[in-house]
Design a protein around this ligand. Structure first.
Ligand code: FES
Length: 57
């Protein structure tokens, strides 16, 4: 499912970044996937995926 429509980034890509690339915050996710720099509507959903993925570990 697309989370960030502006940059075509999916929830899978975000989970992968958390699990495989050590992303633990929205700032780190931005540096890794370049997400959220356009309209910013995806930021809350992306943050939630980061949090949930970390809790799942
Ligand atoms: Fe992510 Fe617009 S949906 S910046």
């Amino acid at each position: 499912m697309y989370i960030c429509l502006c940059y075509a980034i999916t929830d899978k890509q975000i989970k992968h970044a958390v699990r495989e690339q050590g992303v633990g915050s929205m700032r780190e996710l931005r540096q890794t996937l370049n997400i959220g720099g356009q309209c910013g509507k995806c930021i809350r959903a992306a943050q939630q995926i980061i949090d949930n993925t970390i809790i799942d570990e």
